[in-house]
Design a protein around this ligand. Sequence first.
Ligand code: PDD
Length: 277
Amino acid sequence: MTWCCLNGEMMPIEQAAISPMDRGFLFGDGVYEVMARVDGRIRAKSLHEARLRSSLDAIGLDISVTDVFSDVDRLIDKAGLLDAKIYVQVTRGAAAVRDHAFPAQISPTVFLTISEFKAVSQKPAKAIVRPDIRWRRNSIKSVSLLGNVLLLQEARENGAQEAVLYRDEFVTEASTSNVFVIRGQTLITPPLSDLILPGITRHLVIEMASTVGLNVIEEPVRVDSLGGADGVFVSSSTRGLMPIVELDPGGQVGDGRLTDAFLALQTAYDERLHHHE
Ligand code: PDD
């Protein structure tokens, strides 16, 4: 059974119901987080709390993140899963009439789910490379994900596992993850901006790179430079570090094999997952 928590109430997911007037449903007017719980601890919980706060602030939604996370704790107790994926969604709530502008009186809808999930090392993958068709405020973790949905679907239809995106010839991120390039002992990743999500996994990778002798440069990455890199990988809470060995268009990345630098980083990441603070 999958447990959820809707506005503070725990229930099996089949019993949860929201109003069709919910602005999350009508407008995609809401934000979310996806967190991995590993060995009974949420990975980088405080970073997820801070990012949720910043997404809520960005859309002018006033709700206590501390209260949301105390519901997360209660849901974890209810489900009792040591290894799980936790989904947190806050929308502006249901209004009496459909109006784009915020209603004067409205209370947010808080929806949480927890499901079994085991973080595993991802196999070498293929990515399509496409123009970034999304809106320009991707630093907000918005539930309006139609662009991301269409891009990942296109990847799947092309036998690929991700879609790497670019705007004006420069890589932004991927449809559900951040992008890193490996050149020798250097990791290069696009700098934080409105155009990309400040990924928690991205943050952890940058933090731990030096422990395996890698230095990190946050600078724009030309999309036509990807194929000539020694390695490319994407990062997310659910994918971990996923190596990309084939690009479409673009062909093989480097010599098509995983570099020692990547393997060392992936091992360090896996260790960190199981021994985080
Ligand atoms: N996605 N960029 C985008 C567009 C994402 O959707 C995600 C995560 C990331 C990586 O962020 P993090 O390292 O904090 O997971 C980057 C989640 C997993 C999802 O939508 O399911």
